[in-house]
Design a protein around this ligand. Structure first.
Ligand code: FAD
Ligand code: FES
Ligand code: MG
Length: 275
């Protein structure tokens, strides 16, 4: 069992858990994730390791309550425990001193971008971050992102915090003003990542995106997370989750993400899956 040590609500429907998971904490790196199961009837869901402490043997998960399992997770309190936490899974982010790296996080995507931005910063890069959300209430981890960034830009769809608009807007401005950019890392909704990749493509700026297709086993066995990258089939759980954004078939991914919509809606109604 994996004990939940701390619970914090970061914004409406977004929670942070600190979990006692010493074996995961000992080995995990930025960019990796875990797959958890709440109890023996629970489905397996992947969540990014947003932070960790090797000394304390803990990991931090930040999740948005979007459906049956994440809602059930959100009802747990400090002192409760999860049945399984499998990981670290996926490839760690390639971290080197590339020069200037732009880190972009949209919505809950700010959580997975944070440890990556921090690792780029620690490797000596100039880190320019752009974080965005629909409105100021949904904006998370501004303080944390500021602490690991040389520059931080904020956007909201309604202008209630930072600049009104999308996360690609400051990126477009940087490109228009000849800001040197050696690499872009974008994590967020599929449409956002596709939008970022479209902006950087013609400027040949190396752009990484972290894909979040449906995952079941997380070890390359079930094929649930398959995606097409550069015309080749890849498994996001073992070959990714990060891929070259200019090569990803986003349309195929978006269609696959909608595959279980009917079942997801039914589960939400019952408050739990697999009844
Ligand atoms: P459902 O109603 O079952 O599904 C809602 C939507 O979530 C679906 O349409 C689908 O797009 C997605 N989803 C459902 N089941 C899965 C699954 N087994 N695997 C992947 N996606 C699924 N979310 C966070 O809030 N924080 C994170 O740090 C985070 N990291 C992720 C890292 C990876 C590598 C991946 C693949 C996904 C990550 N997600 C993260 C998304 C998270 O896994 C889904 O939001 C969660 O599984 C939804 O489960 P549900 O039962 O609550 O919702
Ligand atoms: Fe099963 Fe990737 S989750 S192959
Ligand atoms: Mg579900």
């Amino acid at each position: 069992m994996y004990k939940i040590l701390e619970v914090e609500e970061l914004s409406e429907g977004v929670k942070s858990f600190i979990i006692d998971a010493p074996l995961v904490a000992r080995k995990c790196e930025a960019g990796q994730f875990i797959i958890l199961r709440i109890d023996e009837n629970g489905e397996r869901i992947p969540l990014t390791i947003a932070d960790y402490s090797r000394e304390k043997g803990t990991i931090q998960l930040i999740f948005q309550e979007v459906g049956a399992t994440t809602r059930k997770l959100g009802q747990l309190n400090a002192g409760d425990a999860l049945l399984d936490v499998a990981g670290p899974l996926g490839k760690a982010t390639e971290i080197e001193n590339f020069g200037v790296v732009v880190c972009i996080g949209g919505g809950i995507g700010v959580a997975p971008v944070y440890p990556i931005a921090r690792a780029y910063k620690n490797a000596g890069n100039k880190v320019i971050s752009i974080i965005g959300a629909r409105n100021s209430d949904l904006l998370i981890m501004e303080k944390e992102m500021r602490s690991v960034s040389d520059e931080l830009h904020i956007t909201t769809d309604d202008g209630s915090a930072g600049r009104k608009g999308l996360v690609v807007d400051p990126l477009k401005d940087m490109i228009a003003t000849d800001q040197k950019i050696d690499r872009v890392m974008a994590i967020g909704p599929m449409v956002m990542m596709r939008g970022v990749a479209e902006v950087t493509r013609s400027h040949e700026i190396h752009t990484l995106v972290s894909l979040n297709p449906i995952m079941v086993d997380g070890t390359g066995m079930c094929g649930g997370c398959r995606c097409s990258v550069g015309g080749e089939t890849k498994f996001a759980c073992v070959d990714g989750p990060e891929f070259d954004g200019h090569k990803v078939d986003f349309n195929g991914l978006m269609a696959r993400a909608r595959m279980y919509q009917t079942e997801e809606r039914q589960c939400k109604g019952y408050g739990a899956c697999h009844k």
